[in-house]
Design a protein around this ligand. Structure first.
Ligand code: FES
Length: 239
């Protein structure tokens, strides 16, 4: 099969087409079908880490991440079901329980993708005990702040810094719930010799983990890319 061969598949009963290089997520979105996502950011290499975009594929008992699964001829995909809804809600709840996401006192309140996905997916409580370690903020940069308490480890900042800016300032240290975003070799951000101060990491952060010192709550309502999609989706009356 050639790279740009047309592929026909079914998503939620709707016959759609895409190219052989397309993923389920990109194909669904290009046909106006909503699949929630958090770690995905258009233009960056998909990380496939948050698992919020999982879908059902006929013939497979496993759930598959839509952002990293290529489409296939004759594939039958389901993006909305009670099983998927349960799974996605559990992911959002786990993210809320892992760090401290108190929306009322967050600079991203009203423009946070985690907050809006919780609303869209109907997460009205968190079933898991809150871990919420009190992690120190990094305010050493002249213009920006890193608040690891709001970080969901989507690694958008890591990828945009490496793939678009080419600075490779951000990385992740430790594993599991101890994972944290670090600048250079785990030094204060303001001492980084690689950071160009471009602010791309701040622009792609879905929560209030990275923000500008000049940002007021009102300013953050200038919604980031994915949030526009979410709000459009809600305005269209989808679940
Ligand atoms: Fe697909 Fe995160 S958006 S795994």
């Amino acid at each position: 099969m050639k790279e740009h061969d047309s592929i026909t598949l079914t998503i939620d009963g709707q016959s759609v087409t895409g190219r052989s290089t397309d993923t389920i997520l990109s194909t669904a979105r290009s046909h106006g079908i909503f699949i929630p996502s958090l770690c995905f950011f258009e233009g960056l290499t998909p990380a496939g880490s948050c698992r919020l975009c999982v879908v059902e594929i006929e013939g497979s008992s496993k759930l598959s991440p839509a952002c990293t699964t290529p489409i296939g001829e004759g594939m039958r995909v389901t993006t909305q079901s009670s099983r998927l809804s349960r799974y996605r809600k559990a992911i959002i709840e786990l993210l809320f329980s892992e760090r401290t996401h108190v929306c009322a006192v967050c600079v991203a309140n009203g423009s946070c993708e985690l907050q809006h996905l919780a609303q869209v997916l109907g997460v009205d409580h968190v079933s898991y005990p809150g871990i919420g370690p009190a992690l120190p903020l990094d305010v050493s940069h002249d213009r920006f702040v890193l608040d690891p308490n709001r970080c969901i480890l989507c690694t958008r900042c890591v990828r945009v810094c490496a793939e678009i800016e080419g600075a490779h300032t951000w990385d992740v240290k430790n594993r599991g719930i101890h994972s944290q975003i670090i600048a250079d070799f785990d030094i204060p951000w303001g001492q980084s010799t690689t950071c160009t101060g471009c602010g791309k990491c701040v622009r792609v952060c879905p929560t209030g983990a990275l923000f500008s010192k000049e940002t007021s709550r009102a300013a953050t309502v200038a919604t980031p890319f994915n949030l526009v999609r979410l709000l459009t989706h809600r305005a269209e009356g989808h679940q």
